[in-house]
Design a binder for this molecule. Structure first.
Ligand code: DQA
Length: 150
């Protein structure tokens, strides 16, 4: 962990199963491994990450509100299935004006049609999809680049 600006890393439903969940699609890294690696990148980038994973929509909404009121400068968001359904998550990201990058491990555009639509994409700074776990680090770098020096 490092000091510096606070960035929320939000992980939606079933991402706690990473490592065993469809590994051919989502990779073999567990959420703990992914989190540790991302924390390492954050040290290099001089930011502090707050990791929140939940299977419950309201907890994710509250996490965005809490991060914003604690002064977070932005977020890396893999809302998982809620990407495609959650107006509440979209609304809280708009309400808090927390700049964020949307991440997906798999290429959602190469999957079922219901995954092609994101309720977050048009209000995100950008989207990283289909690059696996490294996508989180790319999203964090992209977020910080867009925010500029703090
Ligand atoms: C996901 C893609 C979503 O469509 C799916 O519901 C997930 C994971 C991804 O990281 O590829 O749970 O967000």
């Amino acid at each position: 962990m490092s000091g510096g600006r606070l960035v929320l890393v939000l992980q939606g439903p079933n991402l706690d199963l990473l490592g065993t969940r469809e590994p051919e699609r989502y990779g073999r890294d567990t959420l703990a491994t992914l989190t540790t690696r991302l924390d390492g990148a954050a040290v290099t980038l001089g930011v502090q990450l707050r990791h929140v994973q939940s299977n419950h929509e309201g907890i994710l909404v509250d996490a965005v509100r809490d991060a914003a009121s604690d002064g977070a400068v932005g977020a890396v968001v893999n809302a998982a299935a809620y990407t495609h359904t959650s107006i509440a998550l979209r609304d809280v990201l708009l309400a808090t004006r927390l700049p964020f990058v949307e991440v997906h491990l798999s290429n959602v555009h190469a999957r079922e049609p219901f995954r092609h639509h994101s309720l977050l994409a048009d209000v995100a700074l950008g989207q990283v999809t289909g690059l696996g776990a490294v996508g989180y680090e790319l999203a964090l770098r992209g977020l910080l680049d867009r925010l500029g020096p703090g």
